[in-house]
Design a protein around this ligand. Structure first.
Ligand code: AMP
Length: 434
C-alpha cells in the first residue's frame, strides 16, 4: 500500500515522499486508516516496525487539515532519547506545514526548563514528553491541556517497567476524557492489557507477530566464562577490522566503563565511548552524535539505548551479557539491520546465562549457532543439552500459542506480506559494502 492511498493532506504526503517512504509498513497499513478515522488503537508492535510514523501521520494530518491551534497532541515516551527522536521525525513529516513540536524531558536545569515551560504555555501543537518531567510542569499549574485531542502512549511496557504507572495516571487527569488514544507496546502482558482496557475506548486492536530480530541480522553466540569475555571481544574486533560502527550492550552501568577502558587500552587507534544514565543529558547527546556521525567506532551502552534509538549503518551488535528479559535481546539486536539493511549480532553466553539464552531462542523461535572460542583463549563452557531440550519444548509451546493468537485479519495480512521493504535513502550507508 502506498501513502497516497491513505488520502492524507498533500503537504504531509510531500514530506513523506521527501523522507523516501514509498510503501507503508504492515503496522502503518493496518493502523493509519482507523487512526485517521479517529478510532483508538491498541497496537502490539516493536521498535523498527515503523510505529512512529503510524501515530505521527494521523496527528499531523488532523492538525493541518482542520487547522488546529494550540496543544492538541501529547505523546508520552519512556526515555529522553526516544522523545528527541520522535520530535526529529515530526520535524521531517511537518516540514511543509506550520506544525510545531517540542520534546520535554528531565535531566537539564535552568534554560532548558524555561524553554520547556514556554513550549508548554505558548501552544506548541505536539508535545512529546517523558512522564516525570511533564508531571513536574503540570503540577505547577501553568499548563492547560484541555485542548488535547490525541494522546499517544509509546512503549507502554517499557513505561511500566520503569515505574511510570502512577505518573501516567496523574497525567491522564490533566487531559480531556474525550480524546483519541493511540497505545503502542512491544509486549502485551496482563498489566499492560489492564492499563489499555482502562484508558482506551473500543480500540482497533493490531497485533503484529511476536518480537523477532529482522531477517537481515546474522545472529551467533560465543560460549565464554566471564573472565574470557574481554579477550573474546578483542578477537571479534580483530576478525572484523572493516566494521566502522559497533554497539556493545551490557546490563550494568558499572560494566560500561570497564569495557570502554579495556578496549581503549588494547586498541589505541579505535574510538570507543560509553553511554549510560550516569552521564548528564548533554554528554549523552554528544556521545550519541559522535556515534551517529561515525566519529566514534564503538559505543558501549546499557539497555537505555536498546529501545527506539534509530541509528543507521550499525554493522555489529555485541551482547556482552545475555539480557534478563528475552524481549530486550530483540531490542538490542534490532539496533543493527535497520530497515532492510544487513547486520550482525553476537552474544557472549557465560555458564550461568545459558538458561536465559534458551528463553531468548524460544521467544524468537530460532536456534542461534554457538561458536567455540579460539582454543588459545582457554577452555570454554559447554552448551547444556538439558537447556536445549527446554528450548525445543518452549519452541513448540510458542508455536502453538502464536497459532491461536491475534486477530484474524492482521495475521492473514502478515502471512501474505511478511516483510516491508522501504526504499533506501540515497545517502544511507549499506552495511553489505563494509
Ligand atoms: P520506528 O519503528 O518508528 O522506529 O521506525 C524505524 C525506521 O524505519 C525509522 O528509520 C523510520 O524512519 C523508518 N521507516 C518507518 N516507516 C517507513 C516506511 N514506510 N518506509 C521507509 N522507512 C520507514
Amino acid at each position: 500500500m502506498t501513502f497516497d492511498e491513505f488520502n492524507i493532506h498533500e503537504q504531509l504526503l510531500e514530506a513523506i515522499s521527501y523522507m523516501n517512504y514509498e510503501k507503508a509498513s504492515p503496522i502503518q497499513e493496518l493502523a493509519i486508516p482507523p487512526a485517521l478515522l479517529g478510532h483508538d488503537i491498541l497496537a502490539c508492535a516493536q521498535t523498527g516496525t515503523g510505529k512512529t510514523a503510524t501515530f505521527v501521520i494521523p496527528i499531523i494530518h488532523d492538525i493541518v487539515t482542520n487547522k488546529l491551534e494550540g496543544t492538541t497532541s501529547l505523546i508520552l515516551v519512556p526515555t529522553r532519547e526516544l522523545a528527541i527522536q520522535i520530535h526529529q521525525e515530526i520535524q521531517g513529516f511537518s516540514y511543509f506545514t506550520d506544525t510545531t513540536s517540542k520534546p520535554i524531558y528531565g535531566g537539564d536545569k535552568g534554560a532548558d526548563w524555561d524553554a520547556q515551560k514556554r513550549a508548554l504555555t505558548e501552544g506548541t501543537n505536539i508535545i512529546i514528553a517523558t512522564p516525570g518531567r511533564l508531571l513536574a510542569h503540570l503540577k505547577l499549574g501553568y499548563v492547560d491541556f484541555k485542548q488535547i485531542q490525541h494522546f499517544v502512549l509509546d512503549e507502554a511496557d517499557r513505561m511500566l517497567d520503569m515505574g511510570f504507572y502512577d505518573d501516567i495516571q496523574q497525567i491522564l487527569s490533566y487531559i480531556p476524557q474525550q480524546r483519541q488514544t493511540l497505545f503502542f507496546s512491544a509486549t502485551m502482558p496482563p498489566a499492560i492489557q489492564k492499563l489499555a482496557d482502562k484508558i482506551l475506548q473500543n480500540p482497533k486492536e493490531i497485533r503484529l507477530s511476536i518480537s523477532k530480530p529482522a531477517e537481515g541480522v546474522t545472529q551467533k553466540a560465543y560460549l565464554a566464562y566471564p573472565h574470557q569475555k574481554n579477550v573474546v571481544i578483542q578477537h571479534i574486533l580483530q576478525q572484523n577490522p572493516s566494521y566502522d560502527s559497533i554497539i556493545i550492550f551490557t546490563s550494568t552501568k558499572r560494566m560500561v566503563q570497564k569495557i570502554v577502558h579495556d578496549i581503549a587500552r588494547k586498541n589505541p587507534g579505535i574510538t570507543v565511548e560509553g553511554i549510560s544514565s550516569d552521564l548528564e543529558q548533554k554528554e549523552r547527546e554528544e556521545v550519541l552524535l559522535k556515534f551517529r556521525s561515525k566519529n566514534t567506532k564503538i559505543l558501549v551502552a546499557t539497555d537505555v539505548m536498546s529501545r527506539g534509538i534509530d541509528i543507521k549503518g550499525i554493522n555489529l551488535v555485541i551482547n556482552y551479557d545475555v539480557p534478563s528479559e528475552a524481549v530486550d535481546y530483540v531490542h538490542r539486536v534490532g539496533r543493527t539491520a535497520r530497515a532492510d539493511s544487513k547486520g550482525e549480532a553476537i552474544t557472549l553466553i557465560s555458564d550461568v546465562d545459558m538458561y536465559k539464552f534458551a528463553r531468548i531462542e524460544a521467544l524468537i523461535e530460532k536456534e542461534i549457532p554457538k561458536l567455540p572460542i579460539p582454543a588459545h583463549l582457554g577452555e570454554a563452557p559447554v552448551w547444556k543439552s538439558k537447556q536445549s531440550k527446554s528450548f525445543k519444548s518452549k519452541l513448540q509451546e510458542n508455536k502453538q500459542q502464536h497459532k491461536s493468537q491475534g486477530d484474524g485479519n492482521s495475521s492473514q495480512k502478515q502471512k501474505k506480506k511478511r516483510f516491508w521493504r522501504p526504499k533506501k535513502k540515497p545517502n544511507s550507508q549499506s552495511n553489505e559494502a563494509q
